[in-house]
Ligand binder design. Structure first.
Ligand code: IYR
Length: 222
């Protein structure tokens, strides 16, 4: 049993209440500018920026600090093409056959379809994998906890970090996406969680005119 060892909480900052209010508001104002974008520019983005965004994501709270995630950053044009081909095959099947009418109706306001050119245009595809269990150096399985919650939180933080850096992203979830294990050569304990497309928006990018639910409808203060 590894014993807990405690250190002082030296990095915490308490702000005066007026500063706290300004910070809370300005963080919200900044995050609400974020839009999911599907029209990407092919302008390059330095890899260091993506690395720092992933460092930020990996600070996420997670089950028993097992950090059950792996990020594969794809910039290689050949691999991006392979991912596009495999994703479009699944998506075509989804939109043309598998998706129930009700689901297609829910997606209609977003204007999505099976065609995913951005998977080749955008400078980076970040494939996020969730480790259902980890393996020690000797190959023993180690259980991970709250894997989906942990990876979901890290992904949210990654999306915020990318936005904060001044880039845009798209959360892409081709289903099923097991093809990512094969193309990216990831082991069986890693399940593909989400494909985050990252880059600059195309100059003529458009986004669907949709709104967020107001606070009163999503929150109960007791
Ligand atoms: N994976 C498909 C369909 C799709 C599903 C949901 I739920 C969305 O919010 C958006 C799209 C696609 O990426 O087109």
């Amino acid at each position: 049993m590894t014993e807990a060892k405690f250190i002082p909480l030296t990095n915490y900052h308490e702000y005066p209440l007026d500063v706290m209010q300004t910070r809370a508001r300005s963080f919200y104002e900044d995050l609400r500018r974020r839009r999911t974008v599907r029209d990407f520019s092919d302008r390059p983005v330095p890899r260091k920026i993506i690395a720092d965004c992933i460092r930020a994501a990996a600070t996420a709270p997670n089950g028993a600090n097992t950090q059950p995630w792996h990020f594969v950053v794809v910039a290689d044009q050949v691999i991006k093409r392979q991912i596009r081909m495999a994703a479009e095959e699944e998506e075509r099947e989804f939109y043309e056959t598998r998706a129930p009418e009700e689901w297609l109706e829910a997606l209609a306001p977003l204007g999505t379809d099976w065609s995913k050119p951005f998977l080749e245009t955008a400078p980076y595809l970040i494939a996020i994998f969730a480790e259902s269990y980890s393996l020690t150096k000797s190959g023993q399985r180690v259980k991970n906890y709250y894997v989906k919650e942990s990876v979901g939180i890290a992904t949210g933080m990654l999306i915020a970090a990318v936005h904060n850096a001044g880039l845009v992203s798209l959360t892409h979830t081709p289903s099923p996406m097991n093809f990512l294990n094969e193309i990216l050569d990831r082991p069986g304990n890693e399940k593909p969680f989400l494909l985050l497309v990252v880059g600059y928006p195309a100059e003529d990018a458009t986004v669907p005119e949709i709104t967020k639910k107001p606070l009163e409808t999503i929150t109960t203060f007791l």
